[in-house]
Design a protein around this ligand. Structure first.
Ligand code: ADP
Ligand code: MG
Length: 326
């Protein structure tokens, strides 16, 4: 494209909150024939919340489990972790524990925390400091003073820890997953203590945007670290059937490379650290402005309004720019 065409295209983008990193970036998007979307925070709002819990522990109360789960998750930045902390605060306050003001509750920072991306978090919680916490907040508790090995995460994490999820709980998880929720398992020692069902709704424009892109002849796919069932349920809601689920950041790159081997020009739309390698590997990386710095840096386009309609805008701008030079 001519410098003028690029200037115009970049300028029009900027007025709509679509930041385009240079002429190359602007020229590439017009050829894209497949767009791969991340699920969490890209197709979905990215503010998950706990909508249901299954309590299993034979001696620890719901409240004690909530405190332990939140203690572990307070050390993680993962959106699922934040939803579990928030849920614990709310349910403790609702049960009449903790401060009565609007400040909410805070949880002790646990000892050694092992954050396992794509799996969850494993941690040893000091039994004595946990007991002190419970006493301080006047919450009845069952645990003894010994240290507690606590895990919170997906099935893969439980497998890695050698913990089996009881059949009835597994059935409950599957039901939740089939309605698009993420089920997170929480264990204390060798006991599966509770399961949290977490919902993260679709962005209101997601379905229309996917349909519109498909109408333009652009195939849409999904790449998610979340489990197969949840990803497929969200896929059905949004109109995407090409789903790659339960995959690591490196595997997201592989999905893109495989498409490129078939001579498909691939765009990647994502927001997370775990999308960054795929944003770099794709022909056109599109990051959401609310995304992590690493994703924003890795992308060719940044959508400042966080609205998926601007994916269409990015492709249109590129097409218009390339038309102007022909
Ligand atoms: P996504 O691509 O959906 O952003 P991630 O790769 O971040 O997924 O995580 C994949 C899965 O790992 C999550 O769906 C969840 O089951 C599990 N997981 C990761 N971190 C945590 C955490 N802090 N707490 C609970 N589960 C977690
Ligand atoms: Mg994401």
């Amino acid at each position: 494209a001519t410098p003028t065409a690029i200037m115009v295209g970049t300028g029009v983008g900027a007025t709509h909150g679509v930041l385009i990193k240079g002429g190359d970036a602007l020229e590439k998007a017009c050829n894209v024939s497949c767009l791969v979307f991340d699920k969490t925070g890209t197709l979905t709002v990215g503010h998950p919340s706990v909508v249901d819990t299954l309590h299993l522990h034979p001696s620890m109360s719901k409240e004690e489990c909530a405190v332990l789960a939140a203690t572990v998750e307070s050390s993680s930045e993962h959106p699922l972790a934040k939803s579990i902390v928030k849920h614990a605060c709310e349910s403790l306050l609702a049960a009449g524990y903790g401060p009565k003001d609007d400040e909410g509750m805070t949880f002790d920072t646990p000892g050694e925390v092992d954050i396992r991306p794509g799996y969850g978090v494993v941690c040893a919680v000091s039994g004595s400091s946990h007991s002190q916490y419970m006493k301080r907040h006047k919450i009845p508790f069952a645990s003894v003073a010994q240290d507690l090995r606590v895990c919170i995460g997906n099935r893969k994490l439980m497998q890695a820890e050698g913990l089996g999820v009881p059949d009835s709980a597994d059935l409950w998880m599957k039901k939740q997953e089939e309605s698009g929720r993420t089920a997170v398992v929480f264990s204390v020692g060798s006991t599966v203590a509770s399961i949290f069902a977490i919902a993260d709704p679709l962005k209101p424009e997601a379905r229309d945007v996917v349909e519109y892109l498909q109408g333009m002849g652009i195939a849409c796919a999904m790449a998610s670290g979340d489990n197969w069932r949840t990803a497929h349920a969200i896929g059905r809601e949004v109109g995407i059937s090409d789903i790659h689920a339960g995959i690591s950041p490196g595997e997201k790159v592989e999905v893109i490379r495989e498409m490129q081997r078939n001579n498909v020009s691939v765009g990647m739309v994502g927001d997370g650290v775990n999308d960054s390698p795929a944003l770099v590997a794709s022909d056109v990386g599109i990051a959401l402005g609310s995304g992590t710095d690493i994703a924003v840096e890795a992308a060719d386009y940044v959508l400042m309004r966080d609205n998926l309609e601007d994916v269409v805008m990015a492709v249109d701008l590129s097409k218009a720019t390339m038309r102007r030079i022909k």
